[in-house]
Design a protein around this ligand. Structure first.
Ligand code: COA
Length: 148
């Protein structure tokens, strides 16, 4: 049985984070520079999912001072480790790292795995942003109320 440990990302995780980003996403990837900036951004919480001392995924939420909701900015699991409940654990852990009243996110309308994950964790679809992504795919905006 997999026993993941969720911990804050550090700069020594950067190479692995870039590798996961490249393999998990086909486009709209965060650059190495952006990932590094997020590790040190005081308004960001970046957690890595560690399985047997290997980083196999990460999740990132951002806190804008004026926003009521935290924003799930990115979430990715190494394709070799998908389908084992790791993103569910990671996202549930991220939800405990915000004092905001909600978490919101945007997801590609054709990303069935991610939408399935968010549905299963009670994220609610709020609206669709038409042709939001460069290739014309819509974005689905979802939100979950926290601390009720
Ligand atoms: C989306 C992603 C993070 C899911 O990670 P994962 O670790 O494989 O997901 P989990 O195993 O934790 O699955 C949790 C739930 O999500 C849903 N889910 C996961 N994969 C799914 C799929 N292919 N189709 C439909 N639902 C899926 C299911 O409800 C699942 O629960 P279940 O296994 O009890 O049915 C992963 O596919 C990924 O990294 N994709 C590439 C990056 C990405 O798209 N990130 C999201 C950007 S918004």
């Amino acid at each position: 049985m997999i026993r993941p440990i969720m911990r804050h990302a550090t700069s020594s995780d950067l190479d692995t984070l870039v590798d996961i980003e490249n393999r998990a996403f086909t486009g709209n990837r965060l650059s190495r520079r952006s990932l590094k900036m997020m590790i040190f951004n005081p308004r960001a919480v970046m957690l890595v999912c560690d399985v047997d001392q290997h980083i196999v995924g990460y999740g990132l939420i951002l806190h804008r001072q004026t926003a009521q909701a935290a924003r799930l900015y990115s979430l990715a699991i190494d394709p070799k480790f998908q389908g084992r409940g790791l993103s569910r654990s990671l996202l549930l852990t991220l939800e405990t790292h915000t004092d905001k009243v909600a978490i919101s996110l945007e997801v590609r309308a054709d990303n069935q795995a991610a939408i399935g994950l968010y549905d299963s964790l009670d994220y609610v679809k709020l609206k669709t942003r038409k042709a939001y992504y460069d290739d014309g795919i819509d974005a689905v905006v979802m939100r979950k109320a926290l601390h009720q």
